[in-house]
Ligand binder design. Structure first.
Ligand SMILES: Nc1ncnc2c1ncn2[C@@H]1O[C@H](COP(=O)(O)OP(=O)(O)OP(=O)(O)O)[C@@H](O)[C@H]1O
Ligand SMILES: [Mg+2]
Length: 277
C-alpha cells in the first residue's frame, strides 16, 4: 500500500513555562489522504491549532515539537526554513478564521494571488493572472476582474474568505489546512463557505484538515473525524462511526450539546442520495 499523503506520527508539542513543562499536544498520530476531509474537533485549548501549526512548521518560537510529519513522501519535521517555505507554498495551503491575517492590506488581490504562482509555479505573469481569475470564479466570485483590482478592505468578510480560499487553492496544494474557517462568518455565509470546501475537495482533489469546535460543521462536511481533548486524540474514525456511535463520553457530550447534528447529518445524506440517484 502506498503511504498516505500526509502522515503525522507521535506528534508532541510542549512549552516551557514558569511553572514547568506544559504539553499542548501529546503523542498524536493521524493520516490524511487526498480528496478527503478530516475534521479535528475539540473544545478550546485542546491543541487543534498547535497541531495545524506543527504541520505548517509555524509554531511559536517557545514551542518544542517532537514526532514525525511526512507530506507526499517527504519528512518535513526537521526541514530547514527555506525548504519549508517551498513546501508550504506548493504542497500545503492554509486558510484561517480571519482572512486579514493572511491577506496583505496594502496589495491588490491580483498581486497577492499571483505572487505564489510566479514564485512556486514559475508561471509567466499573464498566465498567473488568468489562473487567479479562474480560481476566483471557482469559488463563486463572478466579477473576478473587479475583485482582482481591489484591496482586501474593499471586500466584505465573506468575499475576503472566498479570496483567501481561492488564493490557497490556486497553488493546487495536496493538503489544505482550514483552522476555524467559518467561525467569524454569519450563518448564511458560513454554510456557503462549507459547501464550497466540500465542492473544492472533489474538484481539486486536495485533502482538507478542517479544524473546528463546531460539531455541526463536522457533521455537514467531514469524511473522517478525530476528537481531541487535552492535547490527545480521544477517538478517530469515519464521520458515520464517530458521530453515529461515539465511544467516548466526551464525544457523546459534544454531540448532545449540539441539537442540529442529527439534522445536519440527515441533510447531508439526503444530498448524497440525491447525487447518487
Ligand atoms: N506560547 C504558548 N505558551 C504556552 N502555552 C501555549 C502557547 N500557545 C498556546 N498554548 C497553549 O496550548 C494549548 C493548545 O492551544 P491551541 O491553540 O492548540 O488550542 P485550540 O484547540 O486551537 O483552541 P481554540 O478552539 O480556542 O482555537 C492551550 O492550552 C494554549 O493555552
Ligand atoms: Mg485554535
Amino acid at each position: 500500500m502506498s503511504e498516505p499523503y500526509l502522515s503525522v506520527r507521535d506528534l508532541t508539542v510542549s512549552f516551557q513555562t514558569s511553572s514547568g513543562v506544559f504539553t499542548a499536544v501529546e503523542n498524536i498520530s493521524f493520516d490524511l489522504e487526498k480528496g478527503e476531509i478530516l475534521a479535528l474537533v475539540g473544545e478550546s485549548g485542546s491543541g487543534k491549532s498547535m497541531t495545524s501549526l506543527s504541520i505548517l512548521r509555524l509554531l511559536p518560537e517557545a514551542a518544542r515539537m517532537t514526532g514525525t510529519i511526512r507530506i507526499d513522501g517527504q519528512d518535513i519535521s526537521a526541514l530547514p526554513r527555506r525548504a519549508m517555505e517551498d513546501v508550504r507554498g506548493a504542497k500545503i495551503g492554509m486558510i484561517f478564521q480571519e482572512p486579514m491575517t493572511s491577506l496583505n492590506p496594502v496589495l491588490t488581490i491580483a498581486r497577492q494571488m499571483t505572487e505564489g504562482l510566479l514564485r512556486h509555479k514559475g508561471m509567466k505573469r499573464h498566465t498567473a493572472f488568468e489562473t487567479a481569475r479562474t480560481c476566483l470564479e471557482d469559488v463563486g466570485i463572478s466579477e473576478s476582474g473587479r475583485v482582482l483590482a481591489q484591496y482586501p478592505h474593499q471586500l466584505s468578510g465573506g468575499m475576503r474568505q472566498r479570496v483567501m480560499i481561492a488564493a490557497a487553492l490556486a497553488l493546487r496544494p495536496g493538503v489544505l489546512i482550514a483552522d476555524e474557517p467559518t467561525t467569524a462568518l454569519d450563518v448564511t455565509v458560513q454554510a456557503q463557505v462549507l459547501d464550497l470546501l466540500v465542492d473544492l475537495k472533489s474538484r481539486y482533489g486536495s485533502g482538507i484538515l478542517l479544524i473546528t469546535h463546531d460539531i455541526g460543521v463536522v457533521a455537514e462536511t467531514a469524511d473522517r473525524v478525530a476528537v481531541m481533548r487535552g492535547g490527545r486524540i480521544l477517538e478517530t474514525g469515519t464521520a458515520e462511526t464517530v458521530l453515529g456511535s461515539p465511544r467516548h463520553d466526551y464525544t457523546k457530550a459534544l454531540l448532545s450539546s449540539h441539537l442540529t447534528v442529527e439534522k445536519a447529518m440527515r441533510e447531508r445524506y439526503n444530498r448524497i442520495k440525491a447525487i447518487a440517484t
